[in-house]
Design a binder for this molecule. Structure first.
Ligand code: X8Z
Ligand code: ZN
Length: 605
């Protein structure tokens, strides 16, 4: 191991001296191409090494796996930053479109760029691993039973408990208890922002906020404005849903727990972060138009175990013409929460070698919620496999929203018709149940949107200094109230770091991707339904078994990130922009129903 380490340092020193020598001359095209080719192959190698260390650190949290991950991550950071910096030398050189794109992607390769100083990249790598482990190992413990013995709940268990419980006191206890895990993250997060901002500035960006918003083939501010525009189009829908849900929750829990006006207390939404309200279906469903079946029960009845759930989801993709997942996927994935050691349960999909070593990591429960998430994760895996023939720098989705939208697009086809096709239902429920069906989907897709937007609104403001460290929590709750219309159920001072109680903050995963995905998956669904020859209301369409739809989808996936995302969007939908009209059309009948319900209610917060 030690020999290998020294070798790596030597190799790096060699690469850097090459770069320094060349810096004295004006670069030419040949040199630029050689640079790109070296960068691609060395980054590919380093990223494979990092993937294996990260897999270990994520599925087996302990001191050693964390140390190894931090070491590999530091090497990867240093290499990436060196190439990103060196790419600037070729800024004025005329290059083919594809090579110019690679140069730009090289600069934007990292999520948080380290400064060139290796002390700082070491610190950044250590913070990265520590934050991730704090989240993954987080739990809430309390004395239970007559003996008062301490019982501990992992994040995943608490999430399930908050879906199922309708006891306001218990919900409050777990809501508050889970947020304790984030307190020690605050200082680390603050330092990470400082180092990351310096890294972004060294690459020529004003700060991390601009860096993050510059990854969308358009001006950074124009990107933020476009997201706001799409949100404003859907907001009347969210407001109507919020109004109805608040009224029903107020009836259910009483006005002292859920006041009939103002923002809704965040602990009663059936979800730890109030981002997915599907658990509230029974409380808020339209009595006269129930959807007529319970997917939770069907999953319990028809799947033998967690792996079987994944096999069924894989079957959807193969019905579209995609090849089955490789044997190693079934051998190496983590499907259930380990019983004898800690792991990061938050679901993710992995491609460890850019060839065929695809895996998912999930703590699956036999529930409708996880059935949807499995489709989401497999969407990542099938995308990764579709673009594996692209050059390394183009192995990614058109923009990060595309990666998140792929599996969700398939999930939109998990309709009653599909359940009939796979033998879980005898016949499609009658159209009278459609409002109930649309409600069940809206509690996921519409409820999510303001949350999808506000997380990075918060980070952008943290990165550019508008929200200083001593206002992290206040800034967070201001945005949650403004966008989601939810409020903390109790006073939250700056002693807390509530953003850290959500995986993607310590995990450093940009979140705008989900906002984009939740809009564009309806554009994709509309198009694929048409290609499959379907005629009728979009919420009843399933593309299951349509090879035509599979071909269309695959053609877009195969492009990877070789072209601006607008080209990929056009290849898929004929449109070049993000367009909220698809999601609005899909839910139109539900909007009419909600407006009727709300006509004598006072909406807003
Ligand atoms: O993190 C995820 C996926 C993995 S990319 C499970 N999602 C977001 C979340 O859980 O907050 C999917 C929906 C939004
Ligand atoms: Zn995802």
């Amino acid at each position: 191991m030690k020999v290998f380490n020294n070798l790596l340092k030597l190799m790096m020193a060699f690469a850097c001296s090459l770069t320094l020598q060349a810096a004295n001359n004006e670069p030419d095209t040949q040199e630029a191409l050689a640079f790109l080719s070296e960068a691609e192959s060395r980054l590919e190698e380093a990223s494979h090494e990092l993937s294996h260390a990260s897999w270990l650190a994520n599925t087996f949290i302990n001191y050693d796996s964390q140390t190894l991950e931090a070491l590999t991550y530091q090497r990867f950071l240093e290499l990436s930053v060196q190439y990103a910096t060196d790419a600037a030398r070729f800024n004025d050189l005329e290059l083919g479109t594809s090579d110019r794109r690679k140069m730009e992607l090289l600069k934007q390769f990292l999520t948080i760029p380290a400064p060139l100083d290796s002390e700082m990249s070491r610190e950044l790598a250590e913070i990265f691993s520590e934050l991730q482990a704090l989240y993954g190992a987080g739990e809430y413990c309390r004395p239970e039973g007559v003996t008062g013995q301490e019982v501990c709940y992992s994040g995943d268990r608490i999430e399930n408990l908050m879906r199922e419980s309708h006891d306001a006191d218990e919900l409050l206890e777990f809501w508050t208890g889970w947020r304790e895990i984030a307190k020690p993250m605050k200082a680390l997060y603050e330092r990470q922002v400082e180092i990351g901002n310096q890294g972004a500035q060294e690459l020529g960006y004003d700060n991390l906020s601009v860096f993050w918003r510059s990854k969308y083939d358009m001006d950074a501010d124009a990107f933020a404005a476009d997201a706001d525009d799409q949100w404003l189009k859907v907001k009347p829908f969210y407001d109507a849903l919020h109004c109805h849900v608040r009224a029903e929750l107020s009836d259910y829990y009483g006005p002292e727990v859920v006041p009939p006006t103002g923002p809704i207390p965040a602990h009663v939404m059936g979800n730890q972060w109030a981002q997915d309200w599907t658990a509230l279906y029974d409380i808020v469903k339209p009595e006269s138009s129930d959807l007529g079946y319970d997917l939770d029960q069907l999953v319990q009845e028809y799947v033998s175990d967690e792996k079987d759930m994944v096999r069924i989801a894989e079957g959807f993709f193969t019905s579209l013409g995609f090849d089955p997942l490789p044997e190693t996927f079934w051998e190496r994935s983590m499907f259930v929460e380990p019983v004898d050691h800690l792991a990061v349960c938050h679901a993710s999909a992995w491609d460890l070698d850019d060839k065929d070593d695809l895996r998912i990591k999930m703590c699956i429960d036999k529930s409708a919620d996880d059935f949807r998430t499995i489709h989401h994760e497999l969407g990542h895996n099938f995308y990764q496999r579709a673009y594996k023939e692209q050059p390394p720098l183009f192995r990614g989705s058109a923009n990060d929203g595309f990666h998140e939208a792929t599996g969700d697009t398939i999930s939109l086809s998990v309709t009653p018709k599909y359940l009939v096709d796979i033998g879980w239902l005898d016949e499609e429920p009658p159209a009278e149940g459609d409002i109930g069906y649309l409600m069940s989907i809206a509690l996921d897709k519409i409820a999510f949107l303001p949350w999808g937007l506000m997380i990075d609104k918060w980070r952008w403001q943290v990165f550019n200094g508008e929200i200083p460290p001593d206002e992290y929590n206040r800034g967070w709750w201001d945005l949650r109230e403004q966008y989601q219309g939810v409020t903390a159920p109790m006073q939250r001072s700056e002693d807390f770091f509530d953003p850290g109680a959500k995986f993607h903050i310590p995990g450093n995963t940009p979140y705008m991707r989900y906002f984009l995905a939740y809009i564009q998956q309806f554009q994709f669904h509309r198009e694929l339904c048409e290609v499959s020859g379907y005629e009728g209301p979009l919420h009843r369409c399933s593309i299951y078994g349509s090879e035509e739809a599979g071909e269309k989808l695959n053609a877009m996936l195969e492009m990877g990130m070789s072209r601006p995302w607008q080209d990929a969007m056009e290849a898929m939908t004929g449109q070049r922009e993000l367009d909220a009209s698809a999601i609005i059309d899909y839910f139109a009948p539900l909007k009419d129903w909600l407006d009727q319900q709300n006509q004598f209610r006072q909406c807003g917060w």
